[in-house]
Write a protein of this length. Structure first.
Length: 434
């Protein structure tokens, strides 16, 4: 990278800002090829082909970078390319049609049988936990409501402790409204989920909605915030009114630290009014919130206004940690289910991916696929994704949760007011992160 010209470095910056811009990426590959950086040019062309598999220019450029004969209509452009010795290049060009046929006939994914000693999570369901775009529908707008879905907590791989806590503290009273009325329990509730990013808080919220047979609304600051004075408060009110009309409904407040940030730190009165409106709506004066279950998620609970955690609002908290071993197995199965793989030892892969979030695990599978794809284009022989690809990808991916734990450690140790972070402290001590 240090030997690259300033022009190429500038082009890399531009490509990083627009990774899906195929012409821009191909221009970078041309510059790299002109500088004699064939391997780097092949890598850029391979990424371009992922975005545009039928792009003839990307295919021709990759063949040139690999020293392969160009297609008939590109030979005029590559007539002056230096020719590699016959011993170092395939006798024919890369046959894309044959490669597609070979992949189309690949057998279904095959896993190495698990070890005889099965753990408590051996039967984890094949479902993703992360909300990283892997099987999780996109966020709804403030006025869009999803009908009751089929996703339940049974679809969440592993994480049994979280399921038990949800059942005991939140779900059981809601499933038995008659018993709740007997004891004066209203059919409403609020729960704040916190933890490192990419660990499945959104997916858990959808699973709770499925458990309750309730509609689901997902709301973020983009759905509420408005540049005109008063509109943000009105939008917040409309969000809750929509949820009330659709009751029973799970209202999911994503990144609640933005929607309900500490008012003491705000200098803009408009945003303070929005937080005040959120507090008023959560109170639901006169039982207006009956049948509305508010779930909120944040990566930085220490930035959430303390008034939101007052009894009757988001008065219960749940720490969502990186997936445990059964959950990692379920996530890896999910992301490998449609890819051509061979002899994958999931048990070994689960052990080497400890501390990775659900989003990290999805990235491991994607990186392993890219390794196999690039190797196939270089050799001209399509091959399966194997254990070497997955272990190599896992070795390169650093846990994205580490920076979060570095920040959370100080808060848990020195600002644990009311014991809110006792569960986090116990986890940090158990993992020797203190």
């Amino acid at each position: 990278m240090s030997n690259e010209s300033p022009l190429i470095q500038s082009m890399r910056t531009a490509v990083a800002a627009a990774p899906a811009d195929v012409p821009l990426r191909l221009h970078l590959a041309e510059l790299l090829l002109g500088e004699g950086l064939g391997e780097a040019a092949v890598a850029e062309a391979a990424v371009a082909l992922q975005h545009a598999p039928g792009d003839a220019g990307a295919r021709a450029l990759m063949m040139r970078a690999m020293g392969l004969p160009a297609p008939a209509d590109d030979k005029a452009e590559t007539a002056e390319e230096p020719e590699q010795p016959a011993a170092h290049r395939p006798s024919t060009g890369f046959d894309w049609a044959a490669a597609e046929n070979e992949v189309a006939g690949a057998v279904p994914p095959r896993f190495v049988p698990p070890a005889p000693a099965a753990g408590p999570g051996a039967g984890a369901p094949e479902a993703p936990l992360a909300a990283d775009g892997s099987g999780d529908p996109g966020d709804a707008t403030a006025w869009e409501v999803d009908t009751p879905g089929s996703v339940t907590l049974a679809d969440v791989g592993g994480m049994q402790e979280i399921k038990d806590r949800l059942e005991a503290a939140f779900l059981a009273p809601m499933r038995n409204p008659e018993l709740g009325r007997l004891y004066g329990k209203s059919l409403r509730g609020g729960l704040l989920m916190y933890g490192p990013p990419g660990c499945g808080k959104t997916f858990i919220a959808r699973a709770v909605a499925g458990e309750l047979g309730a509609s689901f609304m997902s709301v973020s600051i983009n759905d509420v915030l408005d540049m005109w004075m008063g509109n943000s408060e009105r939008n917040m009110h409309e969000v809750f009114e929509t949820a009330r009309r659709q009751a029973p409904c799970v209202l999911f407040l994503d990144e609640v630290d933005a929607l309900g940030a500490k008012r003491s730190r705000m200098q803009h009165g408009g945003m303070r009014n929005t937080v005040n409106q959120l507090l008023t709506e959560l109170d639901g004066v006169g039982g207006a919130n009956e049948g509305v279950f508010v779930l909120a998620a944040t990566n930085v609970p220490w930035d959430v206004d303390i008034a939101l955690r007052r009894p009757g609002r988001l008065d219960r908290t749940l720490l969502v940690l990186p997936p445990d071993a059964p959950a990692r197995e379920a996530i890896l199965r999910y992301h490998l289910r449609d890819r051509p793989i061979e002899s994958v030892d999931l048990g070994k892969l689960v052990k080497v991916t400890e501390d990775l979030s659900g989003a990290d695990l999805a990235h491991v599978c994607e990186s392993a696929s890219e390794r196999a794809l690039l190797d196939s284009t270089r050799t001209g022989v399509v091959r399966m994704i194997n254990m070497k690809d997955l272990l190599g990808a896992a070795k390169e991916v650093r846990p994205s949760t580490d920076p979060w734990f570095a920040s959370a450690r100080n808060v848990a140790m020195f600002a644990n007011e009311g014991g809110m972070y006792d569960e986090l402290l116990a986890y940090l001590k158990k993992r020797r992160k203190l």
